[in-house]
Design a protein around this ligand. Structure first.
Ligand code: MTE
Length: 313
């Protein structure tokens, strides 16, 4: 699938990181007018409209080819639809509209955001990020989204907030996987407030220039590319700021195999397999896995001094 790569000069200043402050001010005006609190209206049930245009941010060059769109959108982990990879058809039953995300807990201004308002008022950009699954496969996807920090700015976290918790949709009528009652639904994930504030932490609303398909977590998911993919909650409905470290879905299922931090590290094997290399989705290639999935320059400083933590699983 042909991917148009914009030149560096095609990125308008409004899309590069420092200018997010300018957008933040505009956002503030919108918030003042109560627009962000308004429900998503006048939308057909189910299908999302086209994604607003978003320029690519070239600061995060992936150093690898973009994964074929069909591969990335047909080989998925989304246990709510089944514990296998071919859930993409079943996931089409997840209604994408109306959709709201509550942001609450230890914040000054808890709010419920309609997805249309997030698309309209958040500083959208495209980032080509790698995704490394803990199962030792990987892909490279042009995601459209906005920094998590832009969303948190809008609700003003309290100084006491230490963690950000993501809760994803659990709709029994359309998600057959929820009948697997031994799993601790809903799918929960989380990170520290410092990790949330990192420039790489990205709320994703699109892929390949289109609305994010339901099988990849549409209409809105999270992604921190230096962590194993299970940290990236799909189809998010609630974000809670708290002073308690959450126990996430996989940590509750298998604490000896999946932890809170889950930073990518080729030298720390999973208890049942090596993490030294990864299969590149859509190819037969196996490539060496990189520490922090290659994003150490952006994130390594977050972990200095955390000596007693199990940072890698
Ligand atoms: N989010 C929810 N709600 N349910 C899931 O089962 N699987 C995770 C993560 N987010 C999962 C989820 C795992 S294990 C991975 S590797 C990624 O989603 C896969 O994202 P992808 O299907 O877009 O490749």
């Amino acid at each position: 699938m042909p991917i148009r790569i914009p030149r560096g000069w095609e990125i308008p200043e409004s899309r590069v990181t420092p200018e997010a402050l300018v957008l933040g001010r505009r956002r503030g005006l919108a918030l003042g007018a109560g627009l962000l609190a308004a429900p998503a209206t006048a939308l057909a049930q189910g299908a999302p409209p086209a994604l607003p245009p978003a320029m690519r941010n070239t600061r995060y060059a992936p150093g690898r080819d973009i994964t074929d769109e069909r591969e990335a959108t047909s080989f998925n982990n989304f246990y709510e639809f089944g514990s296998h990879k071919t859930i993409s058809r079943a996931a089409q039953r997840l209604p994408q509209r109306p959709w709201t995300v509550k942001v609450e807990g230890m914040v000054e201004s808890p709010r419920e955001f309609g997805i249309e308002d997030l698309l309209r008022f958040m500083p959208l950009e495209e980032r080509v990020y790698r995704l490394r699954c803990v199962e030792a496969w990987s892909m490279v996807v042009p995601w459209t989204g906005f920094p998590l920090s832009a969303l948190l700015d809008a609700v003003r976290p309290l100084g006491s907030a230490r963690y950000v918790v993501f809760e994803t949709a659990a709709i029994p009528a359309v998600m057959p996987g929820l009948r697997q009652s031994w799993y601790p639904w809903p799918y929960i994930e989380g990170c520290t407030i410092e990790e949330a504030a990192n420039e790489l932490s990205f709320m994703v609303v699109g892929a390949y220039g289109k609305p994010l398909p339901p099988q990849n977590g549409g209409p809105i998911r999270f992604h921190q590319p230096w962590k194993y993919g299970f940290k990236a909650g799909k189809s998010i409905v609630r974000i809670t700021l708290t002073d308690r470290r959450p126990v996430s879905f996989w940590e509750r299922v298998q604490p000896q195999e999946y932890g809170f931090w889950a930073n990518v590290n080729p030298e720390v094997p999973h208890p049942r397999w090596s993490q030294a290399s990864e299969r590149v989705l859509g190819t037969n290639a196996r490539v060496p896995t990189q520490i922090f999935n290659g994003y150490g320059e952006f994130v390594a400083a977050l972990y200095t001094g955390l000596r007693n933590e199990r940072l890698w699983a």
